[in-house]
Design a protein around this ligand. Structure first.
Ligand code: SF4
Ligand code: SF4
Length: 243
């Protein structure tokens, strides 16, 4: 049995005197670094500088208000859910909870609607208004499913990404805060994201309509609460029950 040489690779050509004197290997290694020295910097000195994410960025959520750009079926959703027709500037949310049903972490939402306390002869008798809409963003994975499920294009992602805080409580945003975030986003970048009927521009969809495999997978799917989730909400513990 012959002796096998291990260790140094004998095929490597030794460095010439010129290469040794001018550190040519070292300079080759630095080539990429030197190239980037003369290019425009793409990093920012956060938090002193902030970058503007692309319009498809899935940042902090916002709740849109009625602004006259609602889709044609907006009124039929309001009627269906017996919600008081919102005035200009009031929330588009109809408390349908589709966003919560589509969310992989539904407990991060608290959504409540209350019946209006008005006399029987009042035109709004028997109708409801959104009373609570809280989102605990510390539990959110920013997947965007809630925004896709919303029938009124109310809940959206914005380009806000700075959620740092000293308390967990500050990650729970209520409807007023969410509305403020959406208003600010729409004023700055609404035209980039939505068409005149407030639908997302096709190229700005998280999942574009031409994504047929996804459309097929969702075909016939209707948001509904799983028995597990309903039981958790009622305080019972029946986690073995299947959907
Ligand atoms: S982005 Fe995803 S995890 Fe966050 S609230 Fe929406 S559906 Fe839930
Ligand atoms: S899906 Fe839209 S309209 Fe329905 S509760 Fe969520 S935010 Fe409101």
């Amino acid at each position: 049995m012959g002796i096998k040489k291990v260790g140094l690779n004998r095929n490597v050509k030794p460095q010439s005197l010129v290469e040794k004197i001018f550190f040519l290997d070292f300079m080759k290694g630095l080539k990429t670094t030197i190239k980037h020295l003369f290019r425009k910097t793409i990093t920012v000195d956060f938090p002193y500088e902030v970058s503007t994410p692309t319009i498809r960025f899935r940042g902090v959520h916002g709740l849109r208000n009625v602004d006259g750009t609602e889709a044609d079926d907006f009124n039929s959703w309001i009627k269906k859910l017996k919600i008081k027709p919102p005035e200009m500037g009031e929330t588009r949310c109809i408390a349908c909870k589709f966003c919560q049903a589509a969310c992989p972490v539904p407990e991060l939402f608290t959504i409540k609607a209350e019946k209006l306390n008005v006399p029987e002869d009042h035109p709004h008798h028997g109708l409801k208004v959104l009373s609570v809409f809280d989102m605990d963003l510390s539990k959110c994975m920013f997947c965007g499913l809630c925004t896709q499920a919303c029938p009124t294009d109310c809940i959206i992602h914005t380009d806000v990404y700075d959620l740092s805080s000293y308390t967990r409580k500050s990650w729970v945003l209520n409807k007023e805060e969410l509305s403020r975030i959406a208003d600010d986003f729409i004023a700055r970048r609404g035209k980039e994201k939505f068409d005149e009927k407030s639908k997302w521009r096709q190229d700005q969809q998280i999942w574009p309509d031409y994504d047929t495999p996804r459309a097929k997978a969702w075909d016939g799917w209707m948001p509904s609460y799983t028995p597990n989730y309903i039981n958790t909400q009622k305080g019972t513990n029946n986690s073995t029950e299947s959907q």
